[in-house]
Design a protein around this ligand. Sequence first.
Ligand SMILES: *Cc1c(COP(=O)(O)O)cnc(C)c1O
Length: 365
Amino acid sequence: MLQTPYYLVDKSKLLVNMEKIATLRELSGAKALLALKCFATWGVFDFMRDYMDGTTSSSLNEVRLGHTRFGKETHAYSVAYADHEIDEVVSHADKIIFNSIGQLTRFGSQSAGIIRGLRLNPGVSSSTFDLADPARPFSRLGEWDLAKVEPVMELISGFMIHNNCENGDFDLFDKMLGDIEQKFGPLLKKAEWVSLGGGIHFTGEDYPLEKFAERLKRFSGDFGVQVYLEPGEAAITNSTTLEVTVLDKLYNGKDLVVVDSSIEAHLLDLLIYRESAKVHPDQGPHRYMVCGKSCLAGDIFGEFDFPEELNIGDRISIQDTAGYTMVKKNWFNGVQMPAIAIRELDGSLRTVREFAYADYEQSLS
Ligand SMILES: *Cc1c(COP(=O)(O)O)cnc(C)c1O
């Protein structure tokens, strides 16, 4: 049996999202590209490929992975490319989206052979967390001045606008798209394609998928553009658990357990965004604070209710751990890095990656 900790990607759960994405593409005509910065577990790309149009990236490494492991349409984007990277980036991409006019003109000749676009920043977003708000004051993420973009229109045929962030509210999406239409309408009219980025939680249970599709179709029709979406979290939400084992129990005014994992090393966004992990069903008479094994004092998954008393050796499944987890895991404290396993549609389990001491050693020198 596979030792914990390990991430377990369940294809039958992933399929729920994939089918919603396929439906949305059909209803709206929009194309959907997986955002690799959120999820790059290529062991399931063969499975996802049938439901999505390709990938989008934030670096040379990601665009290369998208091109080689996923295939189909490959969008390159990065906040900034280095001179020594650009030729290789272009060799892996169908489209390159520059973050600034400066980068677009700097790499004008190297990128002339593929479709080019520019990131626009509408100055509004759905983010409530400054750290993750692309429209934060003085944001470096995209151009916002129409007068500056106008003169470089002959170099580009489309735009990328990413200003949704964990947005499960269709009305808010609709309103912000209205703002974009207002602000950038004249530019959009001249474009052939527009990517509306990620951050839209359209695979959520109560999301009005049909209204969303209709809105995208109207946007596409009004401006004569092919719409792209770049779902990260929405593509893989609820598909994965982090399987951990209880190593110790303590009572320090609260009942707590220590498990063989760490939020700082394996679920870093919980720490960054001050969120609690999730367990299921989180019901019952036994409440525990579940803690990580790193020496960071605040390495805490959260406080949860369990149906039974927890004992050393018991398994806990941390829920919904696909997005921004495996791509961010690290060797802090030398904590054993979780393996990656896939549950196939027939229920069988396949271990696709295990990490050993040599991986830790070789990550340093
Ligand atoms: C982060 C990001 C995405 C994916 O965002 P999710 O919230 O995971 O859907 C897509 N496009 C761009 C440009 C991004 O920065």
